[in-house]
Design a protein around this ligand. Structure first.
Ligand code: F0G
Length: 465
C-alpha cells in the first residue's frame, strides 16, 4: 500500500490528527479536558467537543468527500466502520489501537414508496439506524465514547437507559475489555433490549424508578465512584452520532434534503445531527441547511412544552408516559443543545399521539422495513407537519429510524392482536387494515386454504391491505 494512503488510514497521523477541545454550550468556556460529569466547571452546563481539523489546506470539502469515498474500498477495520471513516470530523484517539468498533454505521437509506403515496411526499426516505450492530443508532456514538473510555484507563463504564443505550454500551464494553453497569427502569424497557445487555455481560440493575430517576442516580454514582458515564451527556457520544448525517448526505450525493425528522427523547441524537449539519455547512460540504425537526410522544413532550411554554428558555419537565418506551423521558438532559439546533436549522418540534405512533409503525412495517415504536414518531410527525403546511409535498424528507423492529416485539404483537393499550376503543378503518393477527388453525389443508381465500378477499384492489 502506498505510504500516503497508509498515513491517511492512521488516525494517529500527526498531519491529519484533529485536535479537540471542550466548550461550554452556555458560557463558551474552552478547556483541554473535562470532568467525569462532562459539565462546565464555570457555569455547570453541558460541554460539547470542538474538533479543529483540516490544518492542511488540501482538506477542503471536495478533498474530504474524496477521502471518505476512497475509504469505502478499504478493508481496514477503521475504514469499514461507518463512523471512523469520517474521522477528520471526529476527536482522534491517541492510537488506532484504542478504537473499539463493531463496524457500526453503514446503514441503508431506503425509499418509502407506500408512505410516499399515502402522504403525497414524492421524495421520502428512511435512514435506518436500526441496521446497526446492536440494532439502534446508539452504536455510532458508542464506538467513539467507548474508545475514549478505554484510552482513559477506566475499568467500569455505566449508563442509565430506556434500553438501547444499555444494549449498545454493554456490547462495546465487552468488545473493548471493559466492565459495564446498566441502570434501567424496572418493567419499562423491552425484553429484547434487556436480553442484549445480559448476553453482552453487563451488570444490569433494574431500578424501581423511571429513566429520569436512573439518570439522576447515575450522576451521583459518577461523582462518587470510579465509573465513566456513557450517556449522551458524554460529548464523545454526540461526536460519533454526527456521522449519521455525514453518511446520509454522502448517500444523497451531498444534495441536502429539505427536511430531516428525528425522534426526541433525551435529545442527544437531534443535537448530534444538528451539530453535524452546521459543521458540514460551514466546511462547504453542503450548500444549504436542511430543516431538522424533532418529534416527541404526547406523553413525553418535554421539549414541545419547553418551546411552547417558556420560549425555549427553561426546561419544562413532564412525568413521562408512552408505550414508545425508548423515548419515555420527562427531563431531557440535552434540551438546550436541541433548542439551539432547532433554531439554527429552522426545524419544528411536534408531538404525536399513541394511536398515531401505532399506525405509523405499522405503515413502516408494511414497507418491508419496520422499526421500533419510538422511531415511528417520525412518520407520524411528518403527517402532522404536512397538515400544518410546515412540510410541502413537493419537498424532500428523510425520516431517521432509530431502532430495529426486533427491539420491541411485545409492542408489535400486542398491536396486531388488538391488545395494545392506550388506544381509543372505537374502530379505526385505516388502522384495522394494518393489523395482521396470527391465526391458530388445525393442521389441515382445508383450513389453510380457507385462510388464504379469506385473506385474498379482504385485500384492497391496490394490494396494500
Ligand atoms: N429512538 C430510540 C429507538 C431510542 O432508543 C432513543 C433513546 C431515542 C429515539 C431518542 O433519542 O434520547 O437521543 O433523543 N434512547 C435512550 C436509551 C434514551 O437509553 O436507549 P435521544
Amino acid at each position: 500500500m502506498p505510504s500516503k494512503a497508509t498515513s491517511e488510514r492512521d488516525p494517529a497521523s500527526h498531519e491529519r490528527q484533529p485536535a479537540y477541545r471542550f466548550s461550554c454550550i452556555e458560557c463558551d468556556a474552552l478547556t483541554e479536558g473535562a470532568g467525569k460529569d462532562f459539565r462546565c466547571s464555570q457555569c455547570g452546563n453541558l460541554l460539547e467537543i470542538t474538533v479543529s481539523s483540516r490544518k492542511s489546506a488540501s482538506l477542503d470539502g471536495d478533498a474530504l468527500k474524496s477521502i471518505w469515498r476512497d475509504r469505502r474500498s478499504s478493508n481496514s477495520a477503521i475504514d469499514l466502520s461507518g463512523v471512523w471513516r469520517f474521522r477528520e470530523l471526529l476527536p482522534a484517539p491517541a492510537s488506532a489501537e484504542h478504537i473499539v468498533t463493531l463496524r457500526e454505521g453503514n446503514t441503508p437509506l431506503y425509499e418509502l414508496p407506500r408512505s410516499s403515496r399515502s402522504t403525497g411526499v414524492r421524495q421520502l426516505y428512511a435512514k435506518h439506524q436500526g441496521m446497526n450492530p446492536t440494532g439502534s443508532f446508539k452504536d455510532t456514538g458508542m464506538t467513539v465514547a467507548a474508545t475514549f473510555a478505554r484510552q482513559a484507563g477506566f475499568r467500569w463504564v455505566a449508563c442509565a437507559s430506556t434500553g438501547n443505550t444499555s444494549a449498545s454500551m454493554a456490547a462495546y464494553a465487552a468488545r473493548g475489555g471493559l466492565r459495564s453497569l446498566v441502570l434501567v427502569p424496572e418493567g419499562k424497557i423491552s425484553w429484547s433490549k434487556l436480553s442484549q445487555a445480559l448476553d453482552y455481560g453487563a451488570l444490569t440493575l433494574q431500578l424501581r424508578t423511571d429513566f429520569d430517576g436512573c439518570l439522576q442516580l447515575l450522576q451521583e454514582l459518577v461523582r462518587r465512584a470510579p465509573v465513566y458515564q456513557l450517556n449522551s451527556i458524554n460529548p464523545f457520544r454526540i461526536e460519533g452520532q454526527k456521522t449519521v448525517a455525514l453518511e446520509l448526505l454522502e448517500q444523497l450525493d451531498w444534495r441536502p434534503p429539505d427536511h430531516i425528522i428525528v425522534p426526541g427523547g433525551n435529545l442527544g441524537n437531534s443535537s448530534a445531527i444538528g451539530k453535524a449539519l452546521l459543521e458540514m455547512h460551514s466546511l462547504g460540504l453542503i450548500a444549504r441547511l436542511p430543516k431538522l425537526s424533532v418529534i416527541q410522544a404526547e406523553g413525553a413532550n418535554a421539549l414541545v412544552r419547553t418551546l411552547r411554554e417558556t420560549g425555549g428558555k427553561q426546561l419544562f419537565r413532564v412525568q413521562a408516559e408512552t408505550r414508545a418506551t425508548a423515548i419515555r423521558i420527562g427531563n431531557p438532559a440535552s434540551w438546550q443543545k436541541a433548542v439551539k439546533v432547532l433554531r439554527a436549522t429552522g426545524g419544528a418540534c411536534e408531538e404525536v399521539s399513541e394511536l398515531e405512533i401505532a399506525e405509523a409503525k405499522a405503515e413502516i412495517g408494511a414497507e418491508g422495513i419496520g422499526c421500533e415504536p419510538a422511531s415511528a414518531v417520525t412518520l407520524a410527525g411528518l403527517k402532522k407537519l404536512l397538515s400544518q403546511g410546515f412540510v410541502n409535498p413537493e419537498e424532500s424528507a428523510v425520516l431517521i429510524l432509530t431502532g430495529s423492529l426486533l427491539k420491541d416485539p411485545e409492542y408489535t404483537i400486542e398491536f396486531h392482536r388488538r391488545e395494545l393499550s392506550l388506544e381509543p376503543k372505537e374502530s379505526n378503518a385505516p388502522l384495522e387494515s394494518l393489523r395482521h393477527p396470527p391465526a391458530v388453525l388445525d393442521a389441515s389443508f382445508d383450513s389453510v386454504i380457507q385462510a388464504l381465500e379469506k385473506a385474498e378477499k379482504s385485500d384492497s384492489p391496490d394490494g396494500n391491505a
